[in-house]
Ligand binder design. Structure first.
Ligand code: PEP
Length: 247
């Protein structure tokens, strides 16, 4: 039985006042059952951690360097994130793959760095609209996953994977339940080839314009273990409603 996870991805949104208002609201109304995390901009990790206090809300970041500490101007190491109290870190978000040319190999190295530091990477995969329309969804996702799955069973078993169709991110166009279920089942089958334990324990989140209205049907699917939530994570009522759909 996998505990559902709902992770908010704030992206490059918010100011300190948003941390000060949103985080305490979430903390005071978290439902019992699912695990809930907020992946905030690096500069607000400390404020967010302070606002969480000892509550069950988990702290996450949105990216991590694949390198150990060193001469890497502008980068943030896994050890630093761990020290800030991060439990989760998103790696391979499509916005980073597209804007920062992150290859799947590099994404796997970032995931490995996070795991070495004791955090759980949320590894994002997903096809573009053109790739879906040309029938290449399964191939694209398999290729994105390959270097991550090559990390080996003992590391793969500790991952979270997020299926985020690129065409659904921030567009208001969610994958249908059937479309999401098909890809999640494929990912589960790929995990099974690494190890039975990975197939059983790894949580596969769906992300892409999840809303309070669409979350219940998505989260009812066996292979969908929660969501990675962008826009709706910036609104306490919407995010809490989505968390409640994961109960
Ligand atoms: C995301 O950025 O991970 C995401 C899923 O965004 P949105 O929910 O806004 O589509």
């Amino acid at each position: 039985m996998r505990t559902k996870l709902v992770a908010g991805n704030w992206k490059m949104h918010g100011r300190r006042e948003m941390v000060a208002s949103l985080v305490p609201t979430l903390v005071s109304r978290l439902p019992q059952g699912p695990e809930v995390a907020v992946c905030v901009p690096f500069v607000y990790l400390s404020d967010t951690q302070a606002a969480i206090g000892g509550a069950r809300l988990q702290l996450g970041a949105q990216d991590v360097s694949e390198c150990e500490d060193g001469a890497f101007t502008g980068e943030i190491s896994a050890g630093m994130l761990n020290e800030m109290g991060c439990r989760y870190v998103i790696v391979g978000h499509s916005e980073r793959r597209a804007r920062h040319a992150e290859s799947s190999q590099r994404v796997a190295e970032k995931a490995a760095a996070a795991l070495r530091a004791g955090m759980t990477p949320i590894v994002c995969v997903g096809e573009t609209r053109e790739e879906r329309l040309s029938g290449r969804t399964a191939t694209v996702i398999a290729a994105q996953l390959a270097p991550v799955l090559a990390l080996g069973a003992s590391l793969v078993e500790r991952l979270v994977i997020a299926y985020e169709p690129v065409w659904a991110i921030g567009t208001g166009l969610s994958a249908s339940v059937a479309e999401a279920a098909e890809v999640h089942a494929d990912i589960r089958a790929a995990l099974a080839k690494v190890s039975a334990a990975a197939a059983k324990t790894v949580r596969i989140l769906y992300g892409g314009s999840v809303k309070p209205e669409t979350a219940p049907a998505l989260f009812a699917v066996d292979d969908i273990d929660g969501g990675l939530i962008g826009g709706a994570a910036l609104d306490a009522e919407a995010f809490l409603a989505i968390c409640n759909a994961a109960v």
